[in-house]
Design a protein around this ligand. Structure first.
Ligand code: 13P
Ligand code: SF4
Length: 336
């Protein structure tokens, strides 16, 4: 495997070497560090496991560590706590939310559900525990189509909170679904005009896009899928240049596994900003990882009654999901 140099940024500030301290504390506390692909490279590199929402949930459910340090956003850490209530789950920054979660307040969602009593509610994992508790089956972008295809053809379905994932799946499966109008602020910021220009400059480069992108962007994609599916696609496809329409930190794993290929992040509406970087994921830093391991704070707590209600649709998801990929090139070869 090629070595990729990772800027360690704030690895040692104010006399504290964060990497050394994190490595000491993770052993002392019997902690596992889980990171999403949208985390900065230095965090992906120190994690025991890097993955998409589904694989991270599976790791959180299976680990025998005492502490889970979740380098991702709050709903992901909350899922880890719901699946592994006996573990201490810490999130480096409790403000690491998600615009999809924010777009779906429980009271409005409960009223929306009531309007469609015959519909099965498939809810995207990017939501709060309260919304999960009101849902029938939780899905992620890597298992939603697989789960939908297992439902009887005459079963009416509603999906929340991501309208773009919902529309994409409705089109792909031919199912007419009732959709909640939520969206991701990061994936909504890609510019179709700029993407067309980039494609013209790189006519042989396939476009790989996350289904949280609006239809105008997905219409230009050669591959649509979850973060892990995009990663698999670019590693297996013969092209040497790819345009990536999702949060650009995933490109770190692409460069690591395929250093001979080129990856161009799809342009945002305004080229002068890093508006396609997830601002919530960006709140986690090495310093905050060190502090949450040291203090076991901020910690995720979920009320037991709510946890039990949210667990049922998550277990249904696990039961209906395809098996997890083994021997992934991005595995760091660590035990977890
Ligand atoms: P994945 O499940 O594809 O990793 O997506 C998570 C996410 O938040 C995308 O914005
Ligand atoms: Fe939420 Fe979008 Fe960030 Fe994913 S990229 S965590 S959907 S805000």
């Amino acid at each position: 495997m090629a070595t990729v140099s990772v800027p360690l940024g704030n690895a040692a500030i104010g006399g504290v070497n964060y990497l050394e301290e994190i490595n000491r504390l993770r052993k002392e506390r019997n902690a596992v560090i889980l990171a999403h692909y949208y985390q900065e490279p230095a965090i992906q590199e120190l994690a025991d496991f890097v993955g998409d929402s589904l694989d991270l949930s599976r790791k959180a459910a299976a680990t025998d560590a005492d502490v889970i340090v979740f380098c991702g956003v709050r709903f992901m850490a909350e899922v880890a706590k719901i699946l592994s209530p006996e573990k201490t789950v810490v999130l480096p920054d409790m403000e690491a939310g998600c615009s999809l979660e924010d777009s779906c307040p429980p009271e409005q969602f409960a009223a929306f559900r009531k309007k469609y009593p015959d519909h099965l509610c498939l809810t995207y994992i990017n939501c709060s525990a309260d919304i999960k508790a009101l849902s029938d089956i939780i899905v992620t972008s890597s298992n939603a189509e697989h789960i939908l295809n297992q439902l009887p053809a005459d079963q009416q379905v509603m999906m929340a909170p991501d309208q773009h994932l919902g529309s994409y799946l409705a089109k792909k499966t031919g199912r007419d679904m009732v959709l909640w109008p939520g969206s991701c602020i990061v994936h909504e910021r890609f510019s179709e005009k700029e993407l067309i220009r980039l494609k013209a400059e790189n006519p042989k480069a396939p476009v790989a896009a996350h289904p949280e992108c609006p239809e105008a962007i997905l219409n230009h994609a050669d591959h649509v899928g979850s973060t892990s599916s995009i990663l698999k696609f670019v590693l297996e496809d013969d092209a040497d240049t790819f345009i990536i329409a999702t949060e650009p930190h995933i490109i770190h794993q692409m460069k690591k596994s395929a250093p001979h290929k080129n990856f161009i992040d799809a342009p945002g509406m305004d080229d002068s900003c890093s508006c396609n970087e997830c601002p919530y994921m960006g709140l986690n830093t090495l310093e905050k990882i060190y502090l949450c391991l040291r203090d076991l704070d901020p910690q995720i707590h979920v009320d037991e009654e709510l946890r039990a209600k949210a667990l049922t649709p998550l277990e249904k998801m696990m039961e209906l999901s395809p098996p997890m990929a083994q021997n992934r090139p991005q595995d760091n070869g660590r035990a977890y």
